[in-house]
Design a protein around this ligand. Structure first.
Ligand code: ATP
Ligand code: MG
Length: 509
């Protein structure tokens, strides 16, 4: 490798083990959590280390060998240049003889380390158009000019979780990712936007993307130029769509199933009208279902007519909405459903209707051999515990838990955004193969995130706690180590991306 690799030594390795090396910092080195260091035995053989902890003086437990400790004590008296800071760093990558791998040897004791720089990662560059941009490699708080891009098909069909405390940049990250997905045009994204913050109704948003006319479909109840109206016909709704969203008792479920059998897609209308069926169903049961439907769908009967309080559900219009949305997704478009004027249940129901339709179609495509001609689809859900927490999934599960468990086989995935990880069952978490972890000050949540991560993140609690806005750690089966990244602020990112540029430099790990 070139001389660019050379950099000033910032410290030396004084002890530790394969999981955590102890580095004594040079005076003025001021190393940070998440900083990437390099220990080089030659320009073609070097190990990248990531700082996970730091302390004054050597750590008491257990790493610095006695020899190092006494050397340190001697130095302390003799040499003023030591800053007496010790850093605990994990060897995360080794580049040796042209190959990249997980380190199986550790660098020499006493060897010097330097800060990582761009050229240390350059061999990873990849120009595939099928990648999703997550951010740039970050070394501590220093952003390096190297894109982190992951293969879109792998990333999206194996599910993504984005956990963080409020305000740390989850939505910003998703906007940036969706921008690059729009550029590729190869993946269908369904986004339930309960805050109407992605399209850019009032400010900048995904509509600014140069390909938005062809590749972005925006559905809203409050139309703007270029939007489609968000109206779902009642006949598109099936009893299953309520799973995990609206709780029905056994008696109510039975009644619904009888109405569904008798009236097919007109089952909701039949219940709302209180139509008679052959089987005996208690009048009270029907009334309770009617009340629930009115609360969630806003639908009721008045003077013999079916009415909807909101314009989202309709007995006579919106017959092609679902078909149109599904077609867009199949052909690699991003579909934003502005659900900001709906209640929680209404939003989740719509999500469930579309997700259910996509899932069953894609399962059929797999059977008929057509799956490869359809774009993989990912469904973005904000506040994922609303549909993925233990109590929402219960025994039968719902469409989202089904997708988490089986979607991969049919190229359907989830991007689950959440403030709380601890309430999502382990069986679901273990199916989510990429976690993009942003800042989190809640110890309990960090513990849940660390316990469910792909890599061993047990030593990164401090790092996660101290992540600033836009800073993240990407832990994925598709990255060789938990990579520190920085995701740019969307508006700036969009402004620079709109300018024509050369090949996408990117990184597939
Ligand atoms: N990378 C970044 N650089 C600078 N500012 C950022 C960055 N990411 C987000 N912000 C800013 O921080 C604020 C919160 O970001 P965002 O809405 O993405 O957070 P969030 O995690 O989605 O929050 P919530 O839990 O409320 O949905 C916004 O004003 C956004 O512009
Ligand atoms: Mg948000």
């Amino acid at each position: 490798m070139s001389s660019e690799h050379e950099g000033e030594a910032v410290g030396r390795i004084v002890g530790g083990d394969s999981a955590s090396l102890t580095i004594e910092g040079n005076n003025g080195a001021n190393l940070e959590l998440d900083e990437l260091l390099v220990s080089e035995s030659s320009s073609s053989d070097y190990t990248v280390l990531k700082i996970n902890n730091m302390s004054y003086g050597p750590p008491t437990n257990p790493v610095v060998p006695d020899a190092a400790k006494s050397l340190h004590d001697d130095r302390r008296q003799d040499r003023e240049e030591q800053d007496h800071m010790f850093y605990m760093a994990r060897p995360v990558l080794r580049y040796s003889e042209g190959k990249l791998g997980i380190p199986k040897v550790i660098p020499q004791l006493w060897s010097e380390v330097r800060r990582a720089n761009k050229s240390d990662f350059e061999f990873l560059t990849n120009n595939s158009p099928d990648t999703v941009f997550i951010g740039k490699i970050r070394s501590g708080s220093r952003v390096m000019d190297i894109d982190i891009r992951l293969n879109g098909r792998d990333l999206l069909t194996h599910h993504v979780m984005i956990p963080a405390t409020t305000g740390r940049g989850k939505s910003n990250l998703v906007k940036v990712m969706l921008w690059s997905i729009l550029s590729s045009g190869r993946f269908g994204i369904l986004l339930l936007d309960s805050h109407d913050e992605y399209y850019g109704r009032t400010g900048r948003g995904l509509k600014e993307h140069p390909d938005s006319t062809e590749r972005l479909a925006y559905y809203s109840t409050d139309s703007v130029p270029g939007s489609f109206s968000l109206v779902i016909n009642l006949e598109s709704i099936e009893p299953d769509h309520f799973e995990g969203i609206l709780a029905f008792t056994e008696a109510q479920k039975q009644a619904i199933s009888l109405y569904h059998r008798a009236f097919k897609e007109k089952w909701i209308e039949a219940i709302v009208r209180g139509k008679e069926i052959r089987e005996s169903v208690s009048e009270i049961t029907i009334r309770v279902i009617q009340r629930k439907l009115r609360r969630v769908l806003g639908i009721y009967e008045e003077n013999g007519r079916i009415k909807c309080e909101s314009s989202v559900f309709s007995a006579d219009s919106g017959t092609t909405t679902l078909v149109d949305i599904v077609k867009s997704l199949e052909s690699g478009k991003t579909v934003i459903l502005d659900t900001s004027r709906l209640g929680d249940d209404g939003e989740l129901l719509i999500g469930s209707i579309v997700a259910g339709r996509i899932f069953s179609l894609y399962r059929n495509y797999k059977g008929s051999g057509e799956l490869d001609s359809k774009a993989p689809v990912s469904i973005v859900v904000e506040e994922a515990p609303r549909i993925l927490s233990e109590d929402k999934i219960a025994e039968e599960g719902n469409i989202y838990s089904t997708i988490a468990r089986e979607g991969r086989k049919f190229n359907v995935g989830l991007i689950a955004i959440t403030q709380l990880t601890s309430v999502i069952p382990r069986t679901i978490l273990s199916n989510i193969n990429t976690k993009i972890i942003l800042g989190n000050e809640m110890a309990l949540e960090r513990e849940a995130i660390i316990n469910s991560a792909v890599q061993d993140l047990s030593d990164q609690d401090r790092s996660i706690a101290s992540l600033d806005k836009g800073e993240a750690i990407v832990s994925s089966i598709f990255t060789r180590f938990a990579v520190p990244v920085y995701t740019p602020e969307f508006e700036q990112f969009a402004a620079t991306e709109r300018k024509p540029r050369g090949m996408n430099q990117g990184l597939i790990m």
